[in-house]
Design a protein. Sequence first.
Length: 613
Amino acid sequence: MDSALTEISDFIHALPAMELLPSQIIEQVVKEISICYVRRGQVLPPRGVSEHNLYILRKGALSYASENDELLAKYGEGDICTVFCHEPQDNIKVCAEEDTLLYSIHYPTFHKIVKHYPDVLAFFQHTAEQRLSKKMLQVNEDAIVNSSLLNSTVEKFYHSPVVSVSSSTSIKQAAILMTEENFSCLVIVDQGQPLGIVTDKDIRRRCVAQGLATEQPVSAIMTDNMTTIDIKSTAYDALLIMTQQHIHHLPVMQNTKLVGMVTVTDLMNNEGQNAVNITSVIHKAKTVAELSEISHMIPKLQIRMAKLGTTADHVGKSISAITMAFTIRLIEMAEKLLGPAPVPFAWLAAGSQARQEQFVHSDQDNALIISNDLKPEHEYWFKDLATFVCDGLAACGFVYCPGNVMATNPKWCQTQAKWHQYFTQWIHNPEPKALMHCSIFFDLSTVYGDSHLLEQVREKMLKATQLSTLFIAHLTKNALNLRPPLGFFRDFVLIQDGENKATLDIKHNGIAPIVDLARIYALSEGIACVNTIERLKLAAGTPSLTRASAANLIAAYEFLSMLRMTHQANKLQQGQQPNNYLSPKELSKLEREHLKDAFKVIKTLQDSRQSTF
């Protein structure tokens, strides 16, 4: 091969997707390439060319516009224009911004050469959104294959039969039966239908410790409204339910029939260092020092899950559940030290923990909502609670919030009436500080205590946001301040100086814009859940968001979260502090192209919001 062809071959081989082709196939592609020049102001295809061609920019620049002359994109050196590969596009215009050198290849011929490389063909046949969706479909499939719990139904783990008794059975009879059968729990049934569950812990706490007569019916100490799981659910679903709800027994149902019981031990015997295992150890800790030691396991869990190919969504849910377990244990310790709460309250998680999207070494975002029965003399109890828990979380690696969004701040330790007042003020007077609070406090979940306190505030708040188009408009404008770091020529806009020079802030310029959009859709449609993916799924098909756009945003969010998770796991494995600053050099050429696709999806949806408001 002469030097000119070698230079073309090296250039082609370095392009996204083409790097997947072996050298002999690249040589065949190069032999079919024609070189053409397009002068500034001329349009594609070149005069006299009517075939379906693929164009690769060697030098120069092209603009890609709609029939209304709206600029859709620009192509620079190394970009591939696939607009003319298939049927002619009468409603678009591709024009040379400057004198341009192109490599042109007849697309049917190219298709024939690379037909045995479906991933390469797919790159040229699909849109940016389709490429990204296909990539994440593959990632999610790999995660299912790589995780035993994700790939197994509860059916493989539960034990049967379940020992059950009627609601009229005495506590003493129930205890004797549990001892004889060597079971730690019983299900209470009435006419074959489960009413509740009683565990050996219930007998100790609700009967013996309270001095309740053992002749009383077992229904007096059972937990009613018990959580169950369907037999076809995955074992991972069971893991998350038990971790989040702090329970160790989960009745298994088939249709409406009780068929078995799955326990924490059943799952722990299958998975070694997982969220359930760590949560179980947390629950047994007696001191803050013990909890601090346990917290060293969390980075190892993120590294392990990343290596297994677990999705970022499952990693975020697992680590968020562990953070919840730390918080619950610290509150239990505080209550033992301070005595019972004087009035009902709810400890709230905010931000990424509330959304179940937390990774290792996140800072604290929490608050307290207290019953309106609060009296001045009770305030010291809640101040001491907040101090104990926040200090304990800090000792476990969850650093204090730089913005002081913590329950130790009197502003965020308030009665339910005050929280109602906060949300009303933020919605009806959306000034800059209020909008900053929206990005934190419109994502809340109850970690411990009376969940109704938050639910009632949220219900009233959602009714107000659905009616306030002015608030949604202000929230949209504020959210559009974070833009994906993508230049006109589809190149990355990198940080220019400082210790993170030549990197992208994958969190603030990639993930956060999607989180903001999902929040806006949810508030517009009265959607109560706060998890980003769930918000997008529930908003899909509403006036706020089409189903196709929701799918594209979910794929972009999952891809960006995966890059962030893997980047952080690599940092942790190297003994470094994890961060959100990703160098494009860490990625393959194809991954960089997927990253551009994700940023393009975000930009498209942001532009749509901007035009709407």
